[in-house]
Design a protein around this ligand. Structure first.
Ligand code: ADE
Length: 236
């Protein structure tokens, strides 16, 4: 998977992805992260990449020319998805991450200020994506969220079992995890996890997932594949 990130702050992308799993994935050639500086493409004599909005109003708008030129200079035959990160976009989910992870390449545009000239969206953007209902100061932080969540779905980046077992893979939140020591500040690990009874542990984890989902994200329950046993447990 190649990520081509068009940004005014390439260092944010390159530095933040130079750790841990993403670093290893790059070293192993499973993913590639390129940060393209939009400012390098401006034809403005003062190297500006923004301007006042037509119609007046607060703030500045990123101009179309440097973004479109940057895109045209880095696009390839695999640039099928061009993602613009914006609070006006479709809400990002694990399903969208899965869909994006099937691509060989993703172009990601990071906006700043009040956004980008609409003609960039009209000309080159295929997907407008928001990572949540709040406003960030720049699209770079959202780009990092996409890069991380998509990379871990790329074959070989992390163990397959972890991807299959984690939150959202079955529309339920994950059960609680414990590791050593057995007792910490008076709190003990639930006995069932020490029982060695894998059937019982599986059941306990399933019920904990159900309880956690109902408590934190009741909106997810409808989409979950509940068994008769799950429903019985919930109405008890
Ligand atoms: N840029 C600013 N806010 C954003 C958000 N919530 N999601 C994606 N990109 C953004």
């Amino acid at each position: 998977m190649v990520f081509k990130v068009l940004t005014l702050f390439p260092e944010v992308i390159l530095q933040a992805t130079n750790f841990s799993i993403l670093k290893r994935a790059q070293q192993r050639g499973l993913i590639k992260i390129e940060a393209i500086n939009i400012r390098d493409y401006t034809k403005d004599k003062h190297k500006r990449t923004d301007d006042y909005p037509y119609g007046g109003g607060y703030g500045m708008v990123m101009t179309a020319q440097p973004i479109v030129d940057a895109y045209e200079s880095i696009k390839s035959s695999k640039s099928h998805r061009v993602i613009y990160l914006t609070p006006q976009g479709k809400k990002y989910t694990q399903d969208i991450a899965k869909e994006f992870s099937k691509e060989e390449e993703l172009v990601i545009i990071c906006g700043h200020y009040e956004g980008i000239d609409q003609r960039v969206i009209d000309l080159i953007v295929t997907d407008e994506i928001s990572i949540g209902d709040y406003v960030l100061s720049g699209g770079e932080y959202a780009a990092l969220v996409l890069i991380d969540s998509i990379s871990r779905l790329v074959e070989g980046v992390i163990e397959k079992k972890s991807v299959e077992e984690e939150s959202f893979s079955d529309c339920l939140l994950e059960y609680p995890h414990y590791t050593r020591p057995y007792e910490f500040r008076g709190l003990k690990v639930p006995e069932v996890l020490l029982s060695g009874n894998h059937e019982k542990i599986k059941k306990w984890r399933r019920y904990q997932s159900l309880l956690k989902t109902i408590k934190s994200r009741p909106d997810l329950i409808n989409a979950a594949n509940l068994t008769e046993e799950d429903i019985e447990f919930l109405i008890k």
